[in-house]
Design a protein around this ligand. Structure first.
Ligand code: AMP
Length: 420
């Protein structure tokens, strides 16, 4: 078969054990943080009815959906995030006491142009906090995202916060009403596309040049979060919204993370479903966001017909791995490799099973190579201790144990092995 065909599909990764354990390790740390805030795990099918996905994807994302028909002709698609499937689930599981706190570690798919940090299949860790419009929920979710990055050892990162309503206010003032979603999507490209190109795209949409420049100036505005209320007041933003930002800053400072948070009016978020506060997480290590989220009070209505406020975020695990630098091989060590001499296989199996029952990772040699090549193989695959079962030793109730880390060797009583 052609070499090309033997590689995973474009934009996708084979998670061989040398890489996969790092991902599993990160995922389990994230899970522990989410659970420490009382969130519980959820999973849904990878495949959704296309209608469900389309309803809230937004123009750019619809084009990125992996779409297909099944054999019965149903239109299906791979989920592009977990917020939409979770919203779907909650539309019929109305028995869950609210607010519902859920977290997930799931694969999602987007048919995007692959490049550094951008894959077609990737993993997201995220939370959904559904059924509360309280500022306390916003602050809780923000804090959880910060603790998640800290728990995997990232220390240099920043939370950039904004609010869709600020942009609404400004767009309203500029008389831009019909094509707001498109304007937002263009502004979301700030940093990826040069400013004059953004101006061109906006004017093409019918925004006059002066307004376009004002908008671009605005999305380049960034300041410490506690300075934001004063700035927004001066901008003439609604007092209710200024008060909200002030309260959010206060709640965030109770979590002790105010120093990580900045107000950045350029955080627009590509997905259409956000209605209020939005945020993205940036580390000093890579340019791309490692996570993002915000409030989406209208998403659940599409599926359930009921107004249900919600807030959440998602962190891209592959991006976190890139930010952590060199991939670390976190494969678990094998505690024991048992090498029986001929005729002693039964004893080897019995010993292995009892060690396994005590929680050890144990391999019994199956190939009968020479002792030397078995030792070589065992040290290559990361074994701690190599056990040789010989007839003479066994009669004395001992086995020979070689420590492959120190290369020391001793005879050990079989009954004492589990305690080594
Ligand atoms: P989004 O809601 O689109 O901002 O996605 C949330 C997070 O998922 C982002 O901050 C990234 O960390 C991650 N992410 C989004 N798209 C990709 C992609 N194509 N490849 C890898 N990670 C991604």
């Amino acid at each position: 078969m052609e070499d090309q065909l033997l590689q995973p599909p474009r934009g996708m990764i084979d998670w061989t054990p040398d890489k996969y354990y790092m991902l599993l390790n990160i995922a389990s740390r994230f899970a522990r943080v989410a659970e420490s805030y009382g969130y519980r795990a959820i999973e849904t099918p990878a495949v959704e009815n296309f209608e469900v996905l389309k309803a809230k994807a937004g123009e750019d994302v619809v084009n990125e959906i992996y779409y297909f028909r099944d054999k019965a002709g149903r239109e299906l698609g791979l989920r592009f995030d977990m917020t939409v499937p979770v919203a779907r689930v909650l539309s019929y599981r109305r028995d869950f006491p609210r607010p519902v706190r859920l977290y997930y570690i799931s694969k999602v798919w987007r048919y995007d142009e692959p490049q550094f940090g951008r894959f077609r299949e990737f993993h997201q860790f995220g939370v959904e906090h559904v059924g509360s419009s309280s500022i306390m929920s916003d602050a809780e979710v923000l804090a959880l995202s910060v603790r998640a990055l800290e728990t995997v050892g990232l220390s240099e990162f920043e939370v950039k916060v904004s609010d869709r309503r600020i942009m609404d206010h400004v767009l309203g003032k500029l008389g831009i009403s019909s094509n707001r979603a498109q304007v937002l999507r263009i502004l979301d490209k700030r940093g990826k596309v040069p400013d004059d190109e953004l101006t061109r795209m906006l004017t093409e949409l019918g925004v006059d040049k002066k307004s376009a420049e004002l908008l671009i100036g605005m999305v380049n505005e960034s300041m410490p979060f506690d300075k934001a209320p004063g700035f927004l007041s001066e901008m003439g933003v609604d007092q209710g919204l200024v008060k909200y930002i002030e309260d959010l800053a206060n709640a965030v400072s109770q979590y002790g993370i105010l120093n990580r948070v900045v107000m950045d009016l350029g955080i627009v978020r590509g997905l259409d479903y956000y209605t209020g506060f939005v945020f993205e997480l940036y580390t000093s290590k890579i340019k791309l966001a490692v996570g993002g989220g915000g409030r989406y009070d209208e998403l659940l209505k599409i599926y359930s017909g009921e107004d249900i406020p919600a807030v959440g975020f998602a962190i891209g695990i592959e991006r976190v791995m890139l930010a952590m630098g060199e991939g670390q091989d976190m494969q678990p060590k094998i505690d024991y490799y048992i090498y029986p001499f001929s005729g002693l296989e039964g004893a080897a199996i019995r010993l292995a099973e009892s060690l396994r029952a005590s929680g050890f990772r144990v391999i019994v040699d199956v190939n009968k190579p020479s002792l030397r090549s078995a030792l070589e193989y065992a040290s290559k695959i990361g074994v701690r201790k190599f056990i040789i079962i010989g007839k003479r030793e066994l009669e004395k109730g001992v086995v020979r144990v070689r420590d492959l880390e120190t290369w020391s060797e001793e005879d050990v009583d079989v009954n004492r092995l589990a305690k080594l």
